[in-house]
Design a binder for this molecule. Structure first.
Ligand code: DQQ
Length: 487
């Protein structure tokens, strides 16, 4: 069965966006005193990334869906951040005082790490932030090259009571994650060994995240960032210079501040680690949501049409997802936070909407008039014996296979899926989300693709394909279910 969804145009709705102008990385997400806080890299002067003008935009929410905008939390006003308040994180200190660690671009355009404290921790909106005059709390070290020293993680406390923070740094040309320790959050001392050092050809890393996950099979509860003890693993996530987020599960030792990867065979280059996503989004950042005991992931999506100036806005945030460790102990799984279901209106389809589509045919899902849709669809896969044999060369390049066999290339089993954001009638513009099933040795491989090659008529828009093999037992289940958030 193939479906076609025709939403309208305009700003997205369930993705977080400020009222106007440029946003990029998610910064310092936080749950505090009953409210979610979301900060983000923001240019309050226009719809483009302006190296010297970045602030921390700030919004609050009771449900991660509906947001109220507040004044900027941080603006580049001090000598230690005169040329921009870049990315960082938030940590709640004992006694309930939230603190921000962030990268300042100082008056000499050097990257340094600064701290800011919530002025009044009892203000539920945390409107005002003060930057102590002892900033920068971590100046750039002498062995850091290329002025690449930024993006402090949320801080966590080791069992010795000391705070730790990770900062990515190019150390003598090598992309590294340095760990600093502190007793008072103001004076920080570098641990001699980095927590991670990449292979030589990866000098620049960005936006690190280090957080614990429950190792127990089937447990989807999140853990507070300083949690320690048996039965947990840590996730190390880094953004590499290709602007992709990659992660590795492993064991973190808080005595030595070292990280032992669960999949050492993937090597030191984060580009070969696992991915949260296969689309055009990165600079992600997670936080522990104590209200619902879950770890939630934010990530920035930037448009590729260069149209920010004309539109007056640029950048959205991917919808927040709950994330936990899968039973294999190596891979994370994720799902949009359940609060998105409060937006569901005008239900179309239902169990009565069961249909068959002939090979090469399409069936329109009529009745969707809004520009947002939350689509749950189950595809029955009855004809597995028609699956083509997979050329093993594609096992390591599912994205290449999606590009070679786009949505309009007929196959044995597939393509089947959805055409979304489709232009009426001619379907000249559409984005295809589809599957193909291949035979491989004595089993089947399910390929999932997102094909952007027809997403826009405009020149200059990224027109690519993304893809991955899925770990689903299609032979046993005979069906594949797909959740697609269209906006
Ligand atoms: N964006 C920030 C930096 C970070 C980069 C500046 C990643 O702190 O490294 O806007 O997108």
């Amino acid at each position: 069965m193939n479906g076609v969804v025709h939403p309208g145009n305009g700003r997205t709705a369930y993705h977080f966006q400020p009222a106007k102008y440029w946003q990029n990385d998610p910064n310092g997400p936080l749950y505090h005193n009953g409210l979610y806080h979301f900060f983000y890299q923001y240019n309050p002067h226009g719809p483009t990334w302006d190296v010297g003008k970045l602030s921390w935009g700030h919004s609050v929410s009771g449900d991660l869906v509906n947001w109220a905008a507040l004044e900027n939390a941080l603006d580049p006003t001090a000598p230690f951040d005169a040329n921009g308040c870049w990315s960082g994180s938030a940590t709640v200190l004992p006694g309930g005082r939230p603190a921000i660690l962030y990268t300042g671009i100082d008056a000499d355009k050097v990257q340094v790490q600064n701290v800011a404290f919530a002025k009044d921790p009892s203000d539920p909106l945390l409107r005002e932030w003060e930057k102590p005059s002892c900033n920068p709390v971590i100046p750039i070290p002498a062995d850091v090259t290329g002025n690449n020293f930024r993006d402090p993680t949320e801080a966590w406390r080791g069992r010795d009571g000391l705070w730790r923070v990770g900062v990515v740094a190019e150390v003598n040309g090598v992309g590294s994650l340095l760990v600093y320790r502190s007793a008072d959050f103001l004076r920080w001392e570098r641990n001699a060994a980095p927590l991670h050092a990449s292979s030589q050809d990866v000098p620049v890393l960005e936006c690190p995240d280090l957080f614990p996950v429950t190792a127990a099979s089937g447990a989807s509860e999140g853990l507070e960032t300083s949690a320690s003890g048996a039965g947990l693993r840590h996730v190390l996530k880094l953004t590499d210079f290709a602007k992709e987020d990659h992660y590795m599960v492993g064991l973190y030792d808080d005595a030595a501040d070292t990280f032992t990867p669960a999949e050492p065979e993937r090597g030191d280059d984060p580009g070969n680690w696992r991915r949260f996503d296969h689309g055009h989004l990165y600079a992600s950042k997670s936080f522990y949501d104590a209200r619902k005991k879950r770890r939630v992931l934010w990530a920035w999506v930037d448009e590729t049409d260069g149209g920010g100036v004309g539109r007056g806005w640029a950048g959205i945030q991917a919808f927040p997802r709950a994330m936990w460790l899968d039973g294999d102990g190596k891979r994370l799984v994720q799902w949009p936070v359940e609060e998105i279901e409060t937006l569901r209106r005008n239900r179309v389809g239902g169990v009565e909407w069961v249909t068959e589509v002939e090979a090469g045919g399409r069936k329109e899902i009529a009745g969707i008039v809004s520009s947002q849709a939350d689509v749950d669809v189950v595809f029955e896969v009855p004809n597995l014996e028609e699956a083509e044999t997979l050329d093993p060369k594609w096992l390591v390049d599912p994205r290449g296979l999606c590009a070679e066999k786009g949505a309009s290339v007929h196959g044995g089993v597939g393509p089947f899926g959805l055409l979304v954001m489709a232009s009426g009638g001619d379907l000249e513009e559409h984005t295809a989300v589809f599957f193909r099933v291949f035979r491989h040795l004595d089993t089947y491989k399910v390929l999932m693709c997102t094909d952007l090659t027809k997403s826009s008529r405009k020149e200059g828009v990224l027109k690519t394909s993304y893809g991955a093999f899925l770990d689903v037992d299609v032979e046993k289940n005979k069906f594949i279910s797909l959740r697609t958030l269209v906006s």
